[in-house]
Design a protein around this ligand. Structure first.
Ligand code: CTP
Ligand code: CA
Length: 225
């Protein structure tokens, strides 16, 4: 972190980071959401800014204060996130998708509050797939030399799942963490393995989310022209 403040090795670079979790509305008062706190994405934005990058932080439903020296975009849903990412990515050197994107959204939005009906069971909620922003961006980069980074929380065979996901998404780096027990959601610390499309594998020991963020930026730097 001290080195981040002293070595502006991302100076002149434009980076886009997404953070938080999308919420998919059912009606004006209810949504489908997830438990992403946004802390890892904010740590990525802060460390990139400290290292001299021009940072756009696209935020979804966190309770976190805007970091200083960062351009903020506040969005709510996966569709809004996609629009904001594709727009910001147009002139970015790096895009890091740390946000948890809801895989599905309700197929219909009720413009009025859904009410109980006397004695009747509720109607099932039908869902449709959201667009895969990371896969779309990786396949269709606005700049050939853009570096694209994804995140994945996995259980069971974490590394095998991560490798398969990295291939499927087509990104350059995938930060894989194991979820469960004390780990990840809302925590101040994180442990991960960063998988690279070129076969690289960088373990990051349990520690502050800033330390993982700095490792991600180190690996990104190696891949920037
Ligand atoms: N992601 C995305 N758009 C989606 C879903 C995920 O851009 N609709 C991004 C996330 O921001 C993250 C990466 O893809 O960087 C991996 O997310 P994850 O949920 O692990 O991937 P999925 O393909 O949705 O796989 P799973 O079925 O395991 O949830
Ligand atoms: Ca998912």
């Amino acid at each position: 972190l001290a080195r981040g403040a002293t070595v502006p090795d991302l100076a002149g670079r434009r980076v886009v980071v997404t953070a938080g979790g999308t919420r998919e509305p059912l009606d004006p008062v209810r949504y489908l959401g997830n438990r992403s706190s946004g802390k890892q994405g904010y740590a990525l934005a802060r460390t990139a800014a400290a290292r001299g990058a021009r940072v756009t932080l696209i935020e979804a439903n966190t309770q976190l204060p805007d970091p200083a020296g960062v351009d903020m975009v506040h969005i709510g849903t996966a569709i809004q996130l996609r629009e904001a990412v594709l727009k910001a990515a147009a002139d970015a050197d790096v895009v890091v998708m740390a946000a948890a994107v809801a895989d599905f959204r309700p197929s219909e939005y009720a413009t009025g509050k859904i009410k109980k009906k006397d004695g009747r069971e509720p109607a099932p909620i039908s869902l449709v797939r959201n667009p895969d922003i990371l896969a779309e961006l990786s396949a269709d980069r606005p700049r050939a030399d853009q570096v694209v980074v994804g995140f994945a929380a996995e259980t069971d065979d974490v590394l095998a799942n991560g490798r398969e996901k990295l291939r499927r998404k087509g990104c350059d780096l995938l930060v894989v963490n194991e979820v469960g027990e004390r780990r990840t959601f809302g925590a101040e610390e994180n442990e991960a393995v960063v998988l690279a499309a070129d076969g690289g594998e960088t373990p990051v020991p349990y520690g502050p989310k800033e330390a993982l963020a700095d490792t991600v930026w180190d690996l990104v730097l190696q891949r920037l022209g």
